[in-house]
Design a protein around this ligand. Structure first.
Ligand SMILES: NC(=O)c1ccc[n+]([C@@H]2O[C@H](COP(=O)([O-])OP(=O)(O)OC[C@H]3O[C@@H](n4cnc5c(N)ncnc54)[C@H](O)[C@@H]3O)[C@@H](O)[C@H]2O)c1
Length: 447
């Protein structure tokens, strides 16, 4: 399905007339993101991004609109494309254009549109890249290496011969686990050409966004897609990392009869068992599952042999970054029929008459069928992104010496975000007495 878009030099979106709805939704998000508002206020006064071009490839949601507003307040020129073909909120893209952001995103982008949007962001010659899944960084590097493939051909249609843009980039930041894995692999191969701050690796991000954000919003996505009951169901989660833990916790809370985990890593498997869940291989779990969700960052987690043993009417979804966790070509090859039975449910009928329901085309279910993480969660994640961006500007000369490496956001920035969030939601902390501080930093005192 190709969606008609409105195109100008500074945007390609679905429909600019959705602006008013988007502005109201942005206000709603702003009122739930107090930490980011504080940072935005400071940026407004200090203008740290004067003359800076920021190119961002993110889920274009109401929460992302607040990060863009913080950058704009700081004086940046902002260029934004989608990090997933299904996750853009069309009213938000319209509102952002009206605020002066250059936006290239719409819901249900096809492959051509997705890479054309990335190309438009690259065309702006960004000083800083912000990614969610490393697609922007990856394309910039492929262009530099002179590689060609289907994606690059699309990108070149926008850029023409002007493809060597990476040398002007000071640094970047990455939002998600899968992006960090890709970037670390590039750094290990000596292929990464500029430093990237690993926003996802900060405790203020992955302890909250990945766990509680993904936990709640993935269940929300499954419910919005299917309207099915979770109580009484056998709920299978592949991967018991940050995201899997969050989903498992919420599935249990919604009354799932059995919560089953599949894992490849022994500590994660043991943690799941200690939390009262069952652990088994997917080939066993698939036989009894009513609902399956993948949260691994790996590929082919659910594949041919699993589809073959599933019960009829199994709901299948993914909340990992890319749509490779469920092997959709395998499912297509087994199916004799496919019907879009609800907006985010494709029902496949197999040769024996069995029905399998694929939710959200196997893409991040929380962003495809629901609205992604709540603003309260994205408040801290995007506060970190805003401060990482400022850090890159302030340290651009030193970052040249770091070169192509994945680096951590400094601890003081990370803990400052956590302190500000505590303050914003009225959590008062204990303060160490001088004696306690001394005790905790001394090795001389025992019992
Ligand atoms: N839906 C969202 O909004 C959202 C938010 C954050 C992260 N993510 C994405 O979710 C994925 C997981 O992120 P995370 O932070 O939980 O990562 P993580 O590394 O904390 O956890 C992944 C877990 O999956 C396990 N695993 C890997 N391959 C497996 C396989 N084949 N079968 C079973 N288990 C397997 C690993 O052992 C690990 O415990 C990534 O792709 C990440 O980018 C999505």
């Amino acid at each position: 399905m190709t969606i008609e878009t409105e195109k100008r030099e500074n945007y390609e979106i679905k429909d600019l007339s959705l602006k008013e709805e988007g502005l109201r939704t942005m206000e709603w998000a702003a009122s739930r993101m107090p930490v980011l508002q504080l940072i935005k206020k400071r940026f407004e006064d200090e203008k740290p991004f004067k003359g800076v071009r920021i190119g961002a490839c993110l889920h274009v949601t109401k929460e992302t609109s607040q990060l863009c507003e913080a950058w704009l307040a700081g004086g940046a020129e902002v260029y934004l494309c989608a990090s997933n073909p299904l996750s853009s909120q069309d009213e938000i893209t319209a509102a952002l254009v009206s605020k002066g952001v250059n936006v290239y995103a719409w819901k249900f982008m096809d492959t051509e549109g997705y890479y054309r949007a990335i190309a438009n962001v690259i065309k702006s010659q960004p000083h800083i890249t912000i990614d969610d899944g490393a697609d922007l960084v990856s394309i910039l590097h492929k262009l530099k290496r002179g590689e060609t493939d289907e994606e690059i051909e699309i990108v070149k249609k926008v850029l023409g011969d002007d493809t060597d843009i990476i040398d002007g980039v000071w640094g970047g930041a990455e939002e998600t686990t899968t992006g960090i894995i890709r970037l670390q692999a590039m750094a290990d191969d000596g292929a990464l050409l500029y430093p990237i701050m690993a926003t996802n690796s900060s405790p203020s991000k992955n302890l909250f966004d990945n766990v509680y954000g993904t936990g709640q919003s993935s269940i929300d996505g499954i419910l919005r897609a299917t309207a099915d009951l979770i109580a009484s169901k056998v709920f299978v989660i592949a991967g018991y990392g940050h995201c899997g833990k969050g989903v498992a916790m919420r599935a249990k809370g919604m009354g799932a009869r059995r919560v089953i985990i599949t894992e490849i890593e022994p500590h994660a498997a043991l943690q799941a068992v200690m939390e009262g869940m069952e652990v088994m291989p997917m080939i066993e779990a698939a036989k009894i599952a009513d609902i399956i969700i993948t949260a691994t960052g790996c590929k082919d987690v659910v594949r041919k042999e699993h589809f073959e043993v599933m019960k009829t009417n199994c709901n299948l979804s993914n909340t990992g970054h890319f749509n490779v966790e469920i092997n959709i070509p395998d499912l297509e090859s087994l199916a004799v029929d496919k019907v879009r039975i609800r907006p985010f449910v494709d029902q496949y009928t197999l040769k024996d008459g069995k029905k399998i329901n694929l939710l959200g085309e196997g893409r991040l279910i929380n962003l495809a069928a629901a609205e992604g993480h709540s603003p309260e969660i994205m408040d801290t994640s995007f506060a970190l992104q805003a401060l990482a961006t400022e850090y890159i500007v302030e340290n651009k000369e030193q970052l040249k010496n770091i070169g192509g490496n994945v680096i951590q956001i400094p601890d003081d920035i990370d803990s400052n975000v956590a302190y500000l969030k505590c303050e914003a939601i009225g959590i008062n902390l204990e303060v160490l007495t001088p004696e306690q501080e001394k005790y905790l930093s001394s090795w001389r005192v025992g019992t």
